[in-house]
Design a protein around this ligand. Structure first.
Ligand SMILES: Nc1nc2c(ncn2[C@@H]2O[C@H](COP(=O)(O)O)[C@@H](O)[C@H]2O)c(=O)[nH]1
Ligand SMILES: [Zn+2]
Ligand SMILES: [Zn+2]
Length: 611
């Protein structure tokens, strides 16, 4: 068989092309091994440096099935102790700050009575320089009492709370810790005046009291007297440890800042925020910034300040450190785990394991076979959305505790979406999983009202008014106006081009095989704050409330139906009825319906039916 030269030449060319491509692909991989796009971005150190945690919500075991957050509290303690050594060796200061919310959302804190009794001693192993109180320390008296009797005693003088008080048995109100602290840092001898604030939270238990920041500033003389007692020439840095979102759409920090600037026109001011569970960094002016560090031990926040430079860009740095060992060891500059571990850190990790065994947190309840169920990684209409799963499958299994209770043929069951705290992942569903997803132990109550009224409640609560806004997942409370404002207008240091961000994110997402999913944070300093580049996780919008609907077609609006909801959102339901000009019959408040918590319903559904 005669082959003409062309065919032979083509075969050789194809062969050479395959060889060249193979070589190129090998070189491409070698390049990425040495320069992986997931190369961890280094920390920038300054005269004074801060490690910040907030909204840990009991996640001290770490995330057992998420590699990106595989470090536990013992590893975190080893990490901060290594960083302290680096700071001391360089004559720099490093302060550890926590912004509260240490309960609700993890079996380690929530499975005990009272909540937190085993988790808080683990939290307290970390030597925080300053910490404050979150709203989750105030829903239940038992948690407020723990703060007052245990944490404040333990953190002597470092627990600041300028607008929250605790009621003693004799009825007098006292400060949770101290209203302010004036101190000097060990290495740079910086003189710091610090305060601790909580947002204007009104669901505090009757053994506590929150006064709004504005009320404290305007009507409690002690605050301005303190500012006058420590004039600018005696203060190198003002430090505000808060459980307040720093986002521009939440005004409280900005009011506080306007007053502080009256007394301290150009003193450096560092704010730490919390509550809305997002990573964020805001530039308030050229001598003031605010850092917020996510949630659930997914993030360790970092910010540094160079106090001497006149150049804004050299003055500040911020990093959101993924809560994992690779990141921790990278920033500690210690490649071997054995050398990275500290005795205290190892002992705390052992205590966590021992506590988890004692609490039987890994007890299997069932198995999530079919899918992951996400809070907002997929739209609410998607069968893989957890609210879709709960409203279609789980809530309809709720039955009244009293079988003699008067009930009607049709019913609507409403939950606030903020009551669901984390995605539900495929795999073993354990006692821990139940608290991770649905930790709150609210009673179900019932109102029997005309169908025409009942079907309007959910849409009404899902408008963006303030009263309803606090019912959705915290990170979704940063409303879309704020997100858009953040993307279009930038503070003048530096002016960021929105397109840069989009280009970078699209570029990153094109390297999908090299990037893990995770946070891609766009803040006032740009989009390279995350220490580990990720492929962005999408957050679809989530409403304030969702409901299951067991309503028949064709029945009239006057038909009486049962509206069932958490007692936690009773005030919001009553508000909605008022908005609808519906008056409940005399003495017909909500009736008790069931004390089978949603978490228990979920357990039974997964155990008996499977998900
Ligand atoms: N159904 C319930 N939802 C609750 C309860 N306590 C709090 N929440 C929800 O959490 C957010 C606040 O969370 P945070 O971590 O940002 O402080 C709140 O707005 C509610 O949506 C509860 O007992 N039951
Ligand atoms: Zn929180
Ligand atoms: Zn909070």
């Amino acid at each position: 068989m005669q082959f003409d030269n062309t065919v032979i030449r083509n075969i050789i060319l194809i062969f050479l092309g395959i060889v060249a491509f193979t070589q190129f692909y090998k070189l491409y991989n070698v390049y990425y091994q040495n320069n992986p796009v997931t190369a961890i971005r280094d920390l920038t150190w300054g005269d004074i440096n801060f490690i910040h945690t907030t909204d840990t919500h009991g996640w001290y075991s770490g995330h057992l099935i998420q590699q990106s957050y595989n470090a536990d509290w013992g590893d975190f303690i080893s990490f901060t102790s290594r960083l302290k050594k680096i700071a001391d060796d360089n004559g720099q200061d490093l302060l550890l700050i926590d912004s509260g919310d240490r309960h609700d959302g993890n079996g380690l804190s929530d499975v005990t009575v009272p909540n937190g009794v085993k988790a808080l001693p683990i939290f307290m192993k970390e030597d925080y320089d300053l910490l404050t109180i979150g709203n989750h320390e105030l829903y239940l008296w038992e948690n407020s009492r723990q703060e007052y009797e245990d944490l404040i005693e333990h953190f002597k003088g470092n627990y600041l709370s300028s607008n929250v008080e605790y009621k003693l048995d004799n009825g007098t109100f006292v400060t949770f810790g101290d209203k302010f602290k004036y101190f000097t840092t060990p290495n740079k001898h910086l003189r710091i005046l610090s305060f601790g604030f909580l947002f204007d939270f009104n669901r505090f238990n009757d053994h506590s009291r929150v006064t709004s920041i504005k009320e404290v500033i305007d009507n409690q003389p002690w605050f301005k007297e303190t500012l006058k007692a420590y004039p600018p020439e005696e203060v190198d840095l003002l430090l505000l440890v808060t459980h307040v979102p720093i986002t521009r759409s939440w005004p409280e920090i900005y009011y506080l800042h306007s007053v502080l600037r009256e007394f301290y026109p150009d003193t450096k001011i560092q704010y730490f925020g919390g509550h809305s569970h997002i990573r964020d960094f805001i530039v308030l002016d050229e001598y003031a910034t605010a850092l917020q560090s996510g949630r659930y031990c997914e993030t360790v926040g970092w910010t540094s300040i160079n106090l001497q430079t006149d150049n804004f860009k050299e003055r500040y740095s911020r990093t959101y450190i993924d809560f994992n060992l690779d990141s921790f060891q990278h920033h500690a500059k210690i490649s071997s785990k054995d050398s990275f571990d500290t005795e205290k850190g190892v002992n705390v990790s052992k205590l966590i394991t021992q506590t988890r065994n004692e609490l039987k947190l890994n007890t299997p309840i069932g198995y999530v076979k079919k899918s992951n169920y996400y809070i907002d990684y997929v739209p609410i209409t998607d069968s893989k959305n957890i609210f879709h799963f709960l409203t279609k499958k789980v809530l309809p299994t709720l039955t009244p505790d009293d079988e003699n209770l008067e009930i009607h043929d049709e019913r609507i069951i409403i939950i606030n979406t903020g009551s669901i705290r984390y995605d539900l992942y495929k795999g073993p569903y354990t006692l821990d999983s139940r608290y991770i997803v649905s930790p709150f132990e609210n009673l179900w109550v019932k109102l029997s009202i005309p169908k025409g009224i009942a079907i309007q409640i959910t849409p009404l609560l899902n408008d963006e008014s303030y009263i309803a806004k606090h019912l959705k997942p915290p990170h979704q409370q940063d409303d879309s106006d704020e997100k858009n404002a953040r993307r279009q207008t930038r503070f003048s240091y530096p002016v960021l081009d929105l397109n840069d961000y989009d280009k970078q994110t699209i570029k990153n997402s094109k390297k999908k095989k090299k990037l893990t999913k995770g946070y891609v944070t766009f803040d006032d300093l740009g989009h390279e704050g995350d220490d580990t580049p990720h492929k962005a996780v999408v957050n679809f919008p989530i409403p304030n409330v969702v409901n299951s609907e067991e309503i028949k077609k064709g029945t009239s609006d006057e038909e009486i139906v049962d509206l069932i909801f958490y007692d936690f959102i009773e005030s919001n339901i009553i508000w909605a009825l008022d908005q609808l000009n519906y008056t409940l019959p005399e003495g017909k408040g909500p009736d008790f319906y069931s004390k089978k918590y949603l978490g228990t319903l979920l357990n039974e559904y997964i155990r008996d039916i499977g998900a």
